[in-house]
Design a protein around this ligand. Structure first.
Ligand SMILES: NC(=O)c1ccc[n+]([C@@H]2O[C@H](COP(=O)([O-])OP(=O)(O)OC[C@H]3O[C@@H](n4cnc5c(N)ncnc54)[C@H](OP(=O)(O)O)[C@@H]3O)[C@@H](O)[C@H]2O)c1
Length: 316
């Protein structure tokens, strides 16, 4: 269909822009290089904004805490390079993750800052200093002018920190703010904050064996227009490593839903939930990164397919 025809003949400019935004949300964007067959890379629109995010991001806990070892710095730089080449967007870190911010800064200074970078950091009371000081320090370490998203890590002193993050957002020093939790912890409190506070993102653990968020938090996020980041998509690694070690085979029907590897099966399950914006698997291995990024390519499982995936997994 020809957009200019639609715009000029039947719809107002506003309607036309809405249509284009919807097309972006459906994200029929070209397949990125290195991915031979199949569909397009799935991106989702951040609620209440016109910014789109690729559904597979990258975590840095443990994996990027490699200090100043030259060989490891070069290896992590190569990971970041490949992540962007394969269409990656969100990179998530925290002052809790040791040298991860410095290692990311090293990689970005070698590679330049990719247009698609969506830099997500956190404030975390045990790291010391005020939230303002932590953010300034992290910006210096990443060597970027500002973060896209700032989150309160594990709800630590969340009232005070969220107030500061809100100030930074009002001042245009960050675009989005949010809170994080993991391992299913403090969901009741997370729910209260989501209901009462004006936040853009919530980060929580959601994967095929940790599905508690489906009950209340994901529906609430959808209702309130809060973007969801799924952390621990492999439950810290055990999920996929056990499947691979045991040589478990994928069910025959998985390929019909675009899942030809366990990485695709596990990650597509997560990001095909309508309330989830992106998942952030962490890895030290280039091969694993490539496998993970492939999970961001359409087709995705439908709601019915997702039920079938759960039944299969529960019976394993
Ligand atoms: N409260 C919070 O804010 C919070 C809490 C937890 C996590 N997070 C964020 O979420 C991110 C992800 O969680 P996570 O790091 O705990 O766990 P995860 O992403 O579920 O698992 C990471 C592990 O999976 C392995 N892995 C990755 N891709 C693989 C593949 N294709 N095949 C086989 N193994 C693979 C990695 O090992 P290899 O190195 O061998 O690939 C790594 O040990 C964190 O890095 C962090 O950024 C935030």
């Amino acid at each position: 269909m020809n957009n200019s025809f639609i715009c000029s003949n039947r719809l107002t400019r506003r309607h036309c822009l809405k249509l284009l935004a919807a097309a972006m949300a459906a994200s029929l964007l070209p397949v990125f290089p290195g991915f031979a067959a199949g569909g397009a890379r799935l991106q989702k629109t951040i609620p209440n904004s016109n910014k789109v995010l690729p559904v597979i991001g990258m975590g840095t806990w443990r994996t990027f805490n490699v200090g100043s070892d030259a060989k490891l710095l070069a290896a992590r730089t190569e990971l970041v390079k490949t992540f962007f080449e394969l269409g990656g967007g969100m990179i998530d870190s925290s002052p809790m993750y040791g040298s991860a911010a410095d290692v990311m800064g090293h990689a970005l200074s070698q590679l330049g800052i990719a247009d698609s970078l969506f830099a997500a950091e956190k404030v975390w009371s045990p790291a010391g200093g005020s939230a303002h000081e932590q953010v300034a320090d992290l910006q210096r370490r990443w060597n970027i002018p500002q973060f896209n998203l700032l989150q309160v890590h594990n709800l630590s002193d969340w009232r005070e920190h969220l107030a500061v993050l809100r100030e930074l957002k009002v001042a245009g020093k960050v675009s989005y703010i949010g809170i994080t939790t993991s391992h299913g912890r403090r969901h009741r409190e997370v729910e209260q904050i989501m209901a009462a506070e004006n936040i853009d993102f919530v980060q929580l653990t959601y994967n095929i064996v940790e599905r508690e968020a489906e009950n209340r938090l994901l529906p609430l996020a959808a209702e309130k227009g809060i973007a969801v980041i799924a952390n621990r998509p492999y439950n810290g690694g055990s999920l996929i490593k056990n499947l691979k070690r045991r040589g478990e085979r994928l069910p025959g029907w998985a390929a019909e839903h675009g899942c030809t590897t366990w990485a695709e099966f596990l990650l597509k399950f997560i990001v095909s939930h309508t309330a989830v914006s992106c998942a952030i698997p962490a890895t030290t291995q280039l091969e694993h990164l490539q496998e993970n990024m492939r999970a961001g390519v359409n087709p995705m499982p439908s709601a019915e397919n997702r039920k079938q995936m759960v039944r299969f997994f529960d019976a394993l």
